[in-house]
Design a protein around this ligand. Structure first.
Ligand SMILES: [Zn+2]
Length: 236
C-alpha cells in the first residue's frame, strides 16, 4: 500500500515530485494502459511486468489504485498487454496476484486452466485484434480440478472438464507412489504437465497465435502459482 499519501499535505510540490520519482507510490504499473504503452511494449517486457507485479503482491507491496479514475480512463477503450488463462480457483485471481488494475490484462478462466476452442478464440481476439503481447497459461498448486482428474472424478458437466485434463494425467510417468490425489508429487507433476500441454494446445489449435509467436509479436508461456507463498513461477 502507498504510505506517502498521508504526509503529502505538509510538503511542497517539489518534494511531492521527488517522492514520486524516488520510489513513492506512483510506480509505472499504477498507470492505466494506453494505446501507446501497449504498442511500445515487447513480449519480453510484458513478461517482466507480470514478474514485477507478482513480486509486489507477494511482498505485500501492491499498488494503491484509484478504481473510479481507472473506470474513467478506460471508458473509451482498452489496451491490455497480456492474456492470463487461469483456473477458476478463488485463491488465484490474476489481476490481484499480478498487481494489475482495470484495462491491464485479459483473464479467461476455466477450472483446470485448459484451452477449449471458445477460450482460444477469446485469446485470438485479445491478441490479434486487441493488441496483447503475451499469453500466460497459469496453473496453480492444490488445484481441485487437477486432483479430480487424478482420481477420475465424475459429476454432471464437470465430467467434461475432468476429461479434458485426463491426457495430462496419463502422460505423467516416473513419479513414485499412487497415481491419485493422495500423492502430492504426482499432483504437482500433473499440474505442470497440464500447463505445458495447454501451451502446446494453444499453438496447435490456433494458426493465428502460432504465427504471431513465430514472427515475434507474441510469446506464449506457462506458469504455476503457489497458493502457499503467493509466488508465480514461470516455466522454461
Ligand atoms: Zn484449480
Amino acid at each position: 500500500m502507498c504510505i506517502a499519501r498521508p504526509i503529502l499535505r505538509n510538503v511542497t510540490p517539489m518534494a511531492v515530485l521527488l517522492i514520486v520519482v524516488l520510489g513513492g507510490c506512483a510506480a509505472p504499473s499504477s498507470i492505466t494502459m494506453t494505446k501507446e504503452a501497449q504498442q511500445a511494449m515487447t513480449p519480453d517486457q510484458a513478461l517482466e511486468r507480470l514478474r514485477e507485479g507478482n513480486d509486489r503482491f507477494a511482498k505485500g507491496a501492491s499498488t494503491h489504485r484509484d478504481y473510479p479514475a481507472q473506470v474513467r480512463a478506460t471508458a473509451n477503450g482498452q489496451y491490455p498487454y497480456a492474456v492470463v488463462l487461469s483456473c477458476i480457483d478463488s485463491r488465484c485471481p490474476p489481476e490481484i496476484l499480478f498487481d494489475e488494475g482495470l484495462g491491464d490484462i485479459f483473464v479467461p478462466r476455466v477450472a483446470g486452466n485448459y484451452a477449449p476452442v471458445d477460450l482460444v478464440g477469446s485469446m485470438e481476439f485479445a491478441t490479434r485484434l486487441a493488441g496483447a503481447k503475451l499469453v500466460v497459461v497459469l496453473g496453480h498448486t492444490e488445484c481441485g480440478a487437477i486432483k479430480g482428474a487424478c482420481d477420475g472424478a465424475e459429476m454432471g458437466n464437470l465430467t467434461t472438464v475432468i476429461a479434458a485434463l485426463q491426457p495430462a494425467v496419463s502422460e505423467v510417468q516416473g513419479v513414485e507412489g499412487p497415481r491419485t490425489s493422495s500423492n502430492p508429487e504426482f499432483v504437482q507433476a500433473v499440474t505442470e504437465r497440464n500447463v505445458r500441454r495447454t501451451v502446446e494446445t494453444i499453438r496447435t489449435d490456433s494458426p493465428i497465435l502460432r504465427e504471431m509467436e513465430q514472427s515475434g509479436q507474441l510469446e506464449i508461456v506457462g506458469a504455476i502459482y503457489d497458493v502457499r507463498t503467493g509466488r508465480v513461477q514461470f516455466l522454461n
